[in-house]
Design a protein around this ligand. Structure first.
Ligand code: AMP
Length: 493
C-alpha cells in the first residue's frame, strides 16, 4: 500500500531535482519546464478527480502530441487508468476499445476527434478547446495514493492474431519496466532527450517514465508522426537524443543516406524482426548506438534485450538473436511436454516477473490461457544458446510444416534478404495436398525466381526453399508496421 509507487512519483522527482530544466518540447520549441509540467499534470488530475473515481478508464486518441505527456501523468495522479489508442486505427476499432474498457472520457486531437465522433457515445473532449484549457484553472492537488497492483495503463495489443485485447498493466508493472530499461538498455540523464518517433500510445510512450525519472526532455516532432528527415534533424538539435523505433523505421533512416546526427546517442529497436543484414547496414550508417528489445504488450518492452555491447560482438548469431533475459525477468523455453527445453531446442517462450501483466481486461478465458502455470505464454517460438542468448523463430502459428519438417520463416527470410536486390521478403505456408503445406515467398525487389533459387541453394537446405515466388510491390502491414501474414495466407487460400 501507499503512494510511493504511483508512477506519477517519477515526474514529481524530476520536477524537484530540475524545476527549471526543459521538460517538454514540440520540435525545437520548449513547451514546459519540469515544474510547469508537474503543475499542469496536478491541475489536470484535480479536474479529473472532480468527475471520476479512482480506477476510471480515461482514453487518449491522438497523433503524437505534447499533451499526451501531461495527460498520462495527470491521469495517474488522479488514480485513474490511462488508455491510449493507436491513432492509426480505424475509428470503428477505436470505438470498440472505448466500449470494451467502458472509458468515461476520451481526450482526442481535433483530427482524430472529428473522425471518432460519429462512431462513439463516450464523452469526447478535444484538445485545443476551451473545455480542455479550463481544466488547468483547477487548483493542483496532491496525487492519489494507489495500491502497487492498481491498474495504470490498459494496453490494447496490436491484434495481429485477432481482436485487440486490453493487457492490464499496474503501477508495479510500469515501475519494473522502467527500472529494467535503465538497468539494461539506456542510461540517460537530465542532459538527454527522448524523441518520440514511434506512436506514444505504444512503444515510445512506454519509455516516457524512464526518461522522465532521469529528467531527460521529451521531444515530440511537430508533424506528430514519423518523418525520417524531421527525426534526424531533431536528433541533431537536442542533446543526447534517444528514441524507440520499429525496425522498418530504422530502415527508413538508413534509406535517407544521411549519417548519424551529432547528438544521436541511442536507438532502441524492437517490436518486430530486425534482419541481420538490415542491422549491419544500420550500424554502418549510424555507428554503435543500437540496442534491441523483445517484449509484448503483456510484458511491456521487457522480456529480453540485446545490449549495445552485444552489437559489437561481430557474431552473426548474437546479432540475429533478441539478446538475454532482462533484469527482474525470468525467461524460459518450454518443450511440448511443458518441461524446460535444452539449449538450441526450439519451444514456446514464456516469462514471469514483476513486469508481466495481471491479465486481460474483462477476458478471464484469454487471461487463463495466457498466464497458465504462472508463466506468460508469449506465443513466440525460440531457443536459447549456451550463453543465454535467445533466438526468436516465429509465432507458433507462422511455422510452416511441409512434409513433416518444420520450416521457420524467419530463417529463410534472413537468407533471402542477403541478396542485394531483395528489399523485403516474407515467407508463409500455403495448403498443399501432397506436402500438407508448401513454402511460398512474397518478394519486394527487382529480381527473378531463378536468381533467388540459386542464391538459396548455396545457403540453406533444399527442403526450406520456396516452392513458389510471388513478386509484389509491397507487403500488407498493420498500423504498427508489422507484416500481416494472415492476409498473405488468405491471398493464397
Ligand atoms: P505487441 O504485443 O503488439 O507489441 O507484439 C509483440 C510481438 O511482436 C511479440 O510477441 C513478437 O512476436 C514480436 N516482437 C517483439 N519484439 C520483437 C523483436 N525484437 N524481434 C522479433 N519480434 C519481436
Amino acid at each position: 500500500m501507499g503512494s510511493a509507487v504511483n508512477v506519477f512519483t517519477m515526474l514529481d522527482q524530476a520536477a524537484t531535482r530540475y524545476p527549471d530544466g526543459g521538460a517538454l518540447y514540440r520540435g525545437e520549441t520548449r513547451v514546459a519546464t519540469w515544474r510547469e509540467l508537474r503543475d499542469r499534470a496536478l491541475r489536470l488530475a484535480a479536474s479529473i478527480r472532480g468527475a471520476a473515481e479512482p480506477g476510471t478508464r480515461i482514453a487518449v486518441a491522438s497523433e503524437n502530441r505534447t499533451e499526451i505527456v501531461e495527460l498520462m501523468f495527470g491521469i495517474w495522479a488522479a488514480g485513474c487508468v490511462f488508455v491510449p489508442l493507436n491513432f492509426k486505427l480505424h475509428p470503428r476499432e477505436m470505438a470498440e476499445i472505448l466500449e470494451d474498457c467502458a472509458a468515461a472520457t476520451v481526450f482526442a486531437s481535433p483530427k482524430i476527434g472529428a473522425e471518432l465522433a460519429p462512431h462513439t457515445d463516450v464523452h469526447l473532449e478535444i484538445l485545443d478547446t476551451a473545455a480542455y484549457r479550463d481544466r488547468f484553472e483547477a487548483a493542483p492537488q496532491p496525487p492519489a495514493d494507489v495500491d502497487p497492483a492498481a491498474l495504470a495503463w490498459l494496453f490494447y495489443t496490436s491484434g495481429t492474431t485477432g481482436r485487440s485485447k486490453g493487457a492490464m498493466l499496474s503501477h508495479r508493472n510500469l515501475t519494473a519496466m522502467t527500472v529494467a530499461h535503465l538497468a539494461d538498455i539506456d542510461d540517460p540523464d537530465h542532459g538527454c532527450a527522448l524523441v518520440h518517433a514511434a506512436p506514444m500510445s505504444h512503444g515510445s510512450g512506454l519509455y516516457i517514465p524512464a526518461y522522465v525519472l532521469r529528467g531527460a526532455r521529451q521531444v515530440v516532432p511537430a508533424s506528430g508522426a514519423f518523418d525520417a528527415d524531421e527525426f534526424l534533424d531533431l536528433c541533431a538539435a537536442h542533446p543526447g537524443s534517444a528514441a524507440f523505433l520499429a525496425p522498418t523505421m530504422v530502415q527508413r533512416l538508413v534509406d535517407t543516406g544521411r549519417g548519424a546526427p551529432a547528438n544521436l546517442r541511442t536507438i532502441v529497436y524492437g517490436g518486430g524482426p530486425m534482419y541481420v543484414e538490415s542491422l549491419k547496414q544500420a550500424m554502418a550508417a549510424f555507428g554503435p548506438i543500437f540496442a534491441q528489445i523483445y517484449g509484448q504488450g503483456e510484458s511491456p518492452m521487457t522480456i529480453t534485450g540485446l545490449r549495445r555491447d552485444d552489437h559489437q560482438s561481430g557474431d552473426d548469431a548474437v546479432l540475429g538473436s533478441v539478446g538475454a533475459a532482462r533484469s527482474g525477468v525470468e525467461v524460459a523455453v518450454l518443450a511440448e511436454d511443458g518441461t524446460r527445453a535444452a539449449p538450441h531446442e526450439i519451444g514456446e517462450i514464456v516469462c514471469r516477473g514483476d513486469v508481466v501483466m495481471a491479465g486481460y481486461w474483462n477476458n478471464p478465458a484469454a487471461t487463463a490461457e495466457a498466464l497458465a502455470g504462472g508463466w506468460l505464454h508469449t506465443g513466440d517460438l525460440g531457443s536459447f544458446d549456451d550463453r543465454g542468448y535467445l533466438t526468436l523463430r516465429d509465432r507458433s502459428k507462422d511455422v510452416v510444416i511441409s512434409g513433416g519438417s518444420n520450416i521457420y520463416p524467419r530463417e529463410v527470410e534472413e537468407v533471402l534478404l542477403e541478396h542485394p536486390a531483395v528489399r523485403e521478403a516474407c515467407i508463409v505456408g500455403a495448403p498443399d495436398p501432397e506436402w500438407g503445406e508448401v513454402v511460398v515467398a512474397f518478394i519486394v525487389g527487382e529480381v527473378d525466381q531463378t536468381t533467388l533459387d540459386a542464391h538459396l541453394l548455396e545457403r540453406i537446405a533444399r527442403f526450406k526453399r520456396p516452392k513458389r515466388y510471388l513478386f509484389v510491390d509491397d507487403l500488407p502491414k498493420n498500423s504498427y508496421g508489422k507484416v500481416l501474414k494472415r492476409e498473405l495466407r488468405a491471398q493464397l487460400a
